[in-house]
Each structure stands twice: as C-alpha cells, then as structure tokens.
Write a protein that binds this ligand. Sequence first.
Ligand code: HDE
Length: 677
Amino acid sequence: MSDENRKNEQLEQFRTDDRNKKMTTNQGTKVSEDEFSLKAGERGPTLMEDFHFREKMTHFDHERIPERIVHARGFAAHGEFQPYESMKEITKADFLQDPSKKTPVFVRFSTVQGSKGSAETVRDARGFATKFYTDEGNFDLVGNNIPVFFIQDAIKFPDLVHALKPEPHNEMPQGATAHDTFWDFIANNQESAHMVMWAMSDRAIPRSFRMMEGFGVHTFRFVNDKGEAHFIKWHWKPVLGTHSLVWDEAQKISGKDPDFHRGDLYNSIENGDYPEFELGVQIIKEEDEFKFDFDILDPTKIWPEEDVPVKKIGKMTLNRNVDNVFAETEQVAFHPGHVVPGIDFTNDPLLQGRLFSYTDTQLIRLGGPNFHELPINRPVCPFHNNQRDGYGRMTINKGPVAYHKNSMADNTPETAAPEEGGFEHYQEKVEGKKVRKRSDSFKDHFSQATLFWNSMSDPEKEHIKEAFSFELGKLSSESVQQQVVDMFANVSLELAREVAQNVGVKVPEEGGSNVTKSSPALSQENTNKLPHTRKVGVIVAEGFHGSEVTSVMEALKKAEVEPEIISDKLGTVKGTDGEELEADHTFLTGESVLFDALYAVGSTSADKKFQQNALYFLKEAFAHYKPIGATHEGVDLLKKAGIDDGLGVVFNDDLKSFVKEFVAAIAEHRHWDREIV
Ligand code: HDE
C-alpha cells in the first residue's frame, strides 16, 4: 500500500481501536458492570435510571439503516488509480494530467436485485462503482458490468425495479429474475432486449469481481481547457480477463458459500494479489455525433469496439480492505453527478434522471443532507460553502456569515473562475418543444441485441439458450412465456425457437434479423487468459507420493496458481517418503464448486469412502468444464469416474510436462469442448 494515499491518511483520523481500553458509555463515563442491568432487588424490576442499559439498548435498537433499494448486496475495497499518459488534449480533469500522480479510489461491487443478505453468485448485473478522491473533488464513476441498460428513460426505473425485485405479495424469489413480473416487464418494454441478452449470457454470473469488465453505460463528455468537448464512454478492463461461472455451479455456490465474491475479493487483497483494472475510454468527436446507425445518447446501445476503439488511459489497483464494512461500504454514497472539471454530462435521458435520484436516495438511507461529512464520503480537498445545519452535522463552521453575497466576510467563500478550477457546465446549445416522447432515433430495440448474439461463440450461445429456458421455465404465466419468446424471435429465430420448445409454448414461425454484423470484443472467448490466482484443490490421501506432490505444488505456486489441500480430515497428511502436508479443507468443508481446478493425487491407501468423496468432487468439476490434473493413483481415480485424458484433463507422468500442460489448462478457465450440444 502506498504511504502517500491521502484518503487513507484522512480516514486514519477517524479510526479507533477499542482493544485494551476501559469500557465507557458514549459520554465517556467508565462502566463497572456490563452483564447485569440495575434492578430493585436481585429478583426485582429494572430501574429507569440505568443510563448504561438505556444507552446500550437504544443504540442497538437504531443500528440498522434502510438498505439500498437496488444494489443492496455489495462489497468494497480501497485502492489507487494512475494514468498512463496525460489526457490534457481532451480533458482538463486534474487526475488525468500527470502519469506520476496517484489518486485514491474506493470501489463498491454489488448485485442489483437481491437484498443485503442475499447470495452473491445469482444471475444478475453487477454494480461497479468507483469513487476517485481527486484533488479537485470527488469524481464517481457509477457503472455496471453490462454496458447497456434495460430502459432508455429514468422515469421507467421505478417500474423496472418493482418488476425485478421479489414479487410484493409473497416476497419471492430472492436474488433472481426468474419470475413472472420481471419477464412481463421485459415483454412489454422491448427496449430491454439488448440488456436481457447480456443478462442471459455468462456475463451475469461472473467468476469474480476481479474478472469482470465495468462500463459507465451512458455517454459522457470530456472537456479540455480550451472548452472543446468530445463524447466518451467509460470502460474498466480487468487484467485477469473476463470470466464466468457455469450456471449449475453458480446456483450451488449460492448455498455452499453465499459470500463467494466478497470472500474472493477480500482474500486476494489480504494475500497481496491486488486486483487490477485498466481504465479505458471510447472517444467520438462532436462533429461525428450523427455518423452512427444508432443514437450515441441511447443507453441501450454500445459503441462496438471495432468501430470506436477503447483507448486505455490508466490503471486502478485495489490494495486495501475496509476496516469496517458498515462505516465504509454501507455508508459510501455514490452519485453519477459527482463530477470534476473536465468531465460533463450528455442528454441521455437515463443519465439525466439518475442525476436526481442518487442524492435523493442518500437522504433517506443516510438520514439527512450531511452524508458528505461521513469519513468515507469526504473529499480529500477542502470544501467550503454556505450550507449549514441538518441532522448529524459534524463541521463547526465559525463566524456569523452563511450567505452569498456578503460584505462581512469579504464575499467569501468566493466562487472560482474556470481558470482557477471552477466547474463550468459545457455550453451545449439546446432547443426544442417540451414533449414526453421517445426520440425516433431510440426506436431500434433489436439490432444490437442481434449483434451481441452474433458475436457469441457456440458455447456462449448455448448458455444463453439455457438461461432463457431456465428463466422462462420458472414462470407460471404461459402468456408471458409466449410474449417473451415472440419478442426474442426478433433477435434470433434460432434462439426463440429452441427456447419455445424447451418451455413448451408455440414455436415462432416468423422473425429473425437481417443484422449480420458481429463484434469479437463481446465474446469472452477473446479475453485475457491467465492462470494467476486460480484456486486448485489438491486431493490428497494418507500415503501420497511425497516429494512429487510437493514439487508440483511448488511449480504451481511459481505460476501464481494457488493450490489448497483437500483430504478426508484436517491436520497433517503423511506421504510415502515422510513428506507432510497440512489439509486446508475436508470433503465436508471444501467443495468442488469452490475451486477453479482439481489435481487428483490420491494414494494407494485411500479407502473406499475417500474414493467415493474424491470421485464426487472430480465428476462435478468435470461437469463444470474445469481443468483437472492427475498423477499416479489420481489417474486411476479419474478413470473410475469415466474421465479420460484430453479436453482439459491432464495426465502426464513426466512432472515438468504435467505442470506445463496443467497450468495452460488452468489459464484456459473452462473447457467447453466437453459440452454436449
Ligand atoms: Fe443506479 N441507483 N439507477 N444505475 N446504481 C442506485 O443509489 C438509479 C443505473 C448503479 O455501490 C441507487 O445509493 C436510477 C445504471 C450502481 O452504492 C439509486 C436509474 C447504472 C449502484 C439508483 C439507475 C447504475 C446504483 C440505490 C435509472 C450503471 C450502487 C442506492 C435512471 C451505469 C452504488 C443508491 C453503490 C445505485 C438509481 C440506473 C449503477 C436508487 C433512477 C444505468 C453501481 O439512487
């Protein structure tokens, strides 16, 4: 962690450590007894004058605040951002001028639908919200891991969320879109088609927060010091690549480890494997605004990367976990309207509505207008204005003057000219009639949904078909099932027909699309593939091939793969040559679904029960297309499970070649060629 992190220094003033201290009330009075309330007689009633009891209980009674209406389940970390080069030509944003300048950041990842205690590997979009604590004030990039949105106008957001959340009459299902109201909304609001394709794809079940892309979704503006503007879209590209779980695996993890994603992020930071994301921008010149076959202000559209390349402009490293989840992760308040000079908005009607909603929601969630004073939300630069009072005010503003303009304080705090860093809104020319309508240029709902479909590899297409069949298969309304199938016939007739057959509704005859274009950047097949930080479960029994296993484990660690020992009991497992390993998991505490790959070692002395458990793990890993390695008795185990060499299964008695092939198979992530289509 960098010592010069200004946000960290600021937070340090608010941190407190209660260890080895005397207990006091909140008023500082030392407490002599904390187990018994004050009673009139040993068996008598509790007395009102017990201020310690009253204070302790009252505080407890008020410990909860409303959870976020969406994105309630989230996890966050601190880090730093550093630009690769000066972006002076197109933006005057101070944190993008100097490649030697590091800006502290705080990132909160989240699911959207489920409540605060819901499982993390559900099918859903993920929030990816970043607060940059710049020297010119906070800039929040409040994005998602899907680059488009369900709707085009913010006024529909309450409807979308009402349809998406658990149904109000029975509050089911939790953390899932597989229910009637969600799909009824989709079929009746067809601008959602493109985002639904993403939501049904593997993108909606990420392997890790560290392995997701992030997108600002809307079109924003960069403005330089000459006042010239460019349209931009924000991207985060994970250095580890974009990888996903398998749906069956994701559902099982929801039960086995509902904290899977936060655990993964927390542990990787604790281990020093700091997650890294490159910041990218797509840039369109003002004069090119109308050169595309879609409206660049429409948030249901991407700018295909092959047409408008993503320029990588810097890197973010997450290097510190929070000290207290409530104080930091829960109380952080993001807002797409927190911008700094050099970054500005566009007329995207979804963005415009968001600019209202985020402050409004913090007022109820954080209890008043002073949430900017909470340590996690404070800018690292000074802030001065004439705003005063309100619940929980912490700042003590001195002097009698709290108004502008004034003479008694020399008309200060004074406004700053743009040359002095004063924010100046981009002077876009606007004219038009007041209307409530969808722009004609926002009316094509299907072309980019088809572009997405066309860009998928065969396994990815198969997963989308299965996801639709799962979701629609869970509905009770046949009418809604039919409406959805008919709607997606406009995206792909092949997709709609197969889903219709799977869910037993009328197979659409007509539909299809004449869009033939594809965008290779959309397929996860083309992402970075690295073995780093992948977890390998090493299945070891008493009497294993000692030195061989330890040398394989060493070689895996060298390749930055993380082996963990699974055996039938915790404690020491002894090898044939006296070699010893400490089991990290048993077949009860570990789970096949919690590993990226398995390495079967076994031993000649493994009993039947061990073999049965090991076979279960291996078969499940195989069914989830995971790399599997085996040496010696491990090979026999796999053969017993009917699993043979090839398709990501590595047998090789030559240890050097084994490690090389196994690491390559791990980097590949999943071996879809096993899939029977
Ligand atoms: Fe949000 N959204 N949103 N959203 N959103 C919230 O703000 C809203 C949208 C996103 O980790 C809420 O503090 C409206 C798009 C993230 O704290 C709320 C509309 C994108 C987070 C809100 C949208 C997002 C939120 C709920 C449609 C991707 C979590 C609690 C116009 C670009 C931030 C809160 C965190 C949270 C409103 C659409 C991302 C109610 C009205 C599009 C990552 O203010």
